[in-house]
Write a protein that binds this ligand. Structure first.
Ligand code: COA
Length: 196
């Protein structure tokens, strides 16, 4: 972890450390094969949202550049590190949204590391970093409406329920793919934070 310190971003509780290719498998497992998976994907609460395989995760969700930093204008992933231990992952994506906007995604590795304030701190740090270093003026995040813990955390990080629709943020080419949100129009909570 030490050699990555230079590019890391420090918060009140956690540090964001740029993720590397050899983190990709465990980041996948935290997302789709851990005790926190049921909060956002799969049965019993999300029977229609299927659990991705590692191959699908790499091809459809998290291309290589999230773990190499090769396309900072399109997106980047970070390990959320607390006292030298990685406790989760956060990323921003801009490849599919209009100029000046980024979408955040986040998940912790275990229930023990949820409810500790780590997620909220990570979102605050990344939001401020993106505004300062990448000129991002508006952030969006889109959990399931029923994921109350996520909604509460994002509210604490300064996000509010947006009056806009996902299509208002998306580049035209991505409207068909992402216009309804991960959970459908009715069940996705579109939240936004503006630096204007
Ligand atoms: C969502 C997530 C990133 C938030 O990070 P976190 O570190 O757990 O968030 P925090 O501890 O800062 O805040 C959680 C808040 O939710 C509250 N909360 C927990 N369960 C809740 C519930 N069922 N209903 C309402 N609020 C709840 C906590 O009390 C806390 O609020 P408080 O500080 O006002 O008491 C993390 O919980 C997580 O990874 N969850 C599993 C994966 C996931 O759902 N990812 C998001 C996909 S969009």
């Amino acid at each position: 972890m030490e050699q990555r310190e230079e590019e890391s971003v420090k918060g009140q509780k956690v540090v964001l450390v740029p993720a590397e290719l050899n983190d990709r498998r465990r980041v996948y497992e935290w997302c789709f094969q851990s005790e926190t998976t049921k909060s956002h994907t799969g049965p019993p609460d999300y029977p229609e949202k299927s659990i991705a395989s590692y191959e699908e995760f790499c091809a459809e969700y998290y291309e290589e550049y999230f773990f190499t930093g090769a396309k900072p204008e399109d997106g980047r992933g970070y390990l959320i590190v607390y006292e030298d231990t990685a406790v989760g992952f956060i990323s921003y994506s801009s490849f599919h949204v209009k100029a000046g906007i980024a979408e955040l995604d986040i998940w912790m590795d275990s229930e023990a590391n949820c409810g500790m304030g780590f997620g909220t701190d990570a979102i605050l740090i990344l939001s401020e970093f993106l505004n300062r270093a990448n000129g991002i003026s508006e952030l969006i995040i889109a959990p399931a409406m029923q994921n109350k813990r996520a909604v509460r955390s994002y509210e604490k990080a300064g996000f509010t329920h947006s009056a806009k629709a996902m299509v208002d943020f998306l580049e035209t080419n991505y409207v068909a793919l992402y216009g309804s949100g991960d959970y459908g129009l009715e069940e996705t909570a579109l939240m936004a934070k503006s630096f204007h």
